[in-house]
Design a protein around this ligand. Structure first.
Ligand SMILES: Nc1ncnc2c1ncn2[C@@H]1O[C@H](COP(=O)(O)OP(=O)(O)OP(=O)(O)O)[C@@H](O)[C@H]1O
Ligand SMILES: [Mg+2]
Length: 160
């Protein structure tokens, strides 16, 4: 049996925090699908295609990780992919309430799908895409937070 998992998110853009979770999940599962949600309500800075490109570059060293986009419910996407595990990252207590609600809602929607939480290395536990975009816009050095190709893309956006 191939053990597969989905890691859904907006990834606007991918950070070292996401990559820490990906590394852990890729070591546990035979196949990991990174599923990029459009998240139009979040008004993303990068298009889905740009986000996929940045993730693909960052995960090319893993031969069991695939990147794609999806629309609609995560649980429906999981069924289409024949995957039973959804990976989510847990940073601070502040993530807990929302993630807990979402995991239980997804379980109500489809009780075959299990949510698995992973905690990043402590030094990444404060990283969020939102904050990185904000400090990058204000001119901060973000090389500690994102891979260099993502840093370049962020700088490019600033000049647009
Ligand atoms: N630094 C991190 N460490 C561990 N998990 C993370 C980290 N950043 C994000 N995640 C997890 O990755 C998943 C997808 O997150 P998402 O794409 O919303 O990123 P985000 O950084 O939270 O972005 P935003 O700031 O736009 O909400 C979620 O489960 C989230 O908890
Ligand atoms: Mg988030």
């Amino acid at each position: 049996m191939t053990r597969k998992a989905i890691y859904p998110g907006t990834f606007d853009p991918i950070t070292f925090g996401h990559l820490d979770v990906i590394e852990r999940a890729a070591a546990l599962y035979d196949k990991l699908f990174i599923a990029v949600a459009k998240s139009e309500d979040k008004n993303p800075l990068f298009t889905v295609a740009e986000r996929i490109e940045m993730i693909s570059e960052a995960v090319k060293k893993y031969d069991n990780v695939e990147v794609e986009s999806f629309e609609g419910l995560v649980v429906d996407y999981a069924v289409r992919k024949q995957v039973k595990v959804v990976i989510r990252g847990l940073r601070m207590i502040s993530d807990f309430e929302y993630e807990f609600q979402m995991a239980l809602t997804n379980r109500k929607l489809n009780s075959d799908i299990e949510t698995v939480f992973m905690m990043p290395k402590d030094s990444y536990s404060y990283l969020s895409s939102r904050l990185i975009k904000e400090v990058s816009r204000l001119g901060a050095d973000i090389s500690k937070f994102v891979p260099s190709h993502v840093e370049r893309k962020l700088r490019g956006k600033k000049d647009e």
